[in-house]
Design a protein around this ligand. Structure first.
Ligand SMILES: [Zn+2]
Length: 307
């Protein structure tokens, strides 16, 4: 029982925020003029939400019987995560943020002009994301049927982690952060000029990392086909464990030097300026013959060549 079932909401004057989350008896939301925020999470019997003019936030997380979302003019934020009966979301003019994770029956994402944030993780039926001008943040990880990512100039962050049907990433002007980890069919990463952070761990088909001059962070651990990591000037964070490049490049010693050099940069980032002068020495000691780092690198080299 909630404030709607008890009809208590009728006694509240100027009701602007209503929360009837968790009521499993509720099948319909009444028309409540003046309502601004509606929270009806986990109302598993709910089948209908009316068009409430002026509503800005609608949060209907895990309303598993809900089959449609109304077109509410002026709605800015829609959370319909885990609404597994939804097959579509309408074009809601003015919507800025759409969170629809785990809508496993959703066949497509509407093309909503002006949408800034789209989070559609685990929408396993989706095969594509439309071109949405103005989109800044896109998270479509674990969309296992997704085969393409559109070129949306101005997109700042793209998270397509574990989209295993994806075979390529387009050049997206302005993209700063790309997380395409565990996209096991991805064979290359394009040169995206503005990219600063690249997370591509466990991309087991990836053969090389391109030279992206402004890259600050590169995480490519577990990329077992990688044979080359360029020496990117200005790189501050590098994580490349389990990458065979250390074994396959010209010589082991040379690669060790390269790794040492990159690790130095990495360590500089974490240890304060105070210790900066000591870093090259510490790093060199760590990777010196007989020391722990050297042994670890050598072991990895031997494992690779014996395979
Ligand atoms: Zn109720």
């Amino acid at each position: 029982m909630c404030i709607i079932c008890t009809e208590e909401y009728k006694t509240v004057e100027n009701l602007t925020i209503l929360d009837c989350s968790g009521c499993t008896n509720l099948t319909k939301i009444p028309m409540i003029p003046g309502l601004r925020d509606l929270y009806c999470n986990n109302c598993t019997s709910l089948t209908k939400i009316p068009i409430i003019p002026g509503l800005e936030i609608l949060d209907c997380f895990e309303c598993t019987s809900l089959t449609e979302i109304p077109i509410i003019p002026g709605l800015e934020t829609l959370y319909c995560t885990g609404c597994t009966s939804l097959t579509e979301i309408p074009i809601i003019p003015g919507l800025k943020k759409l969170y629809c994770f785990g809508c496993t029956n959703l066949a497509e994402i509407p093309m909503i002009c002006g949408l800034q944030t789209l989070q559609s993780r685990y929408c396993t039926r989706l095969t594509k994301i439309p071109f949405i001008p103005g989109l800044q943040y896109l998270s479509c990880s674990n969309c296992t049927s997704l085969t393409e990512i559109p070129v949306i100039p101005g997109l700042k962050e793209l998270n397509c982690h574990k989209c295993r049907s994806l075979t390529s990433i387009p050049v997206i002007p302005g993209l700063q952060t790309l997380n395409c980890a565990d996209c096991t069919n991805l064979t290359e990463i394009p040169i995206i000029p503005e990219l600063r952070n690249l997370y591509c761990c466990d991309c087991t088909s990836l053969r090389e990392i391109p030279m992206i001059c402004g890259l600050k962070e590169l995480q490519c651990s577990g990329c077992t086909s990688l044979t080359e990591i360029p020496d990117i000037p200005g790189l501050q964070i590098l994580s490349c464990s389990e990458c065979p490049w250390i074994a396959q490049n010209p010589t082991f010693e040379e690669n060790l030097k390269k790794l040492t050099f990159l690790q130095k940069k990495l360590k500089r980032r974490y240890i304060g300026k105070k210790l900066e002068a000591l870093i090259p020495q510490i790093s060199e000691i760590y990777y010196s013959p007989g020391c722990k780092g050297y042994e670890l690198a050598k072991r990895s080299f031997c494992t690779q060549t014996h395979e």
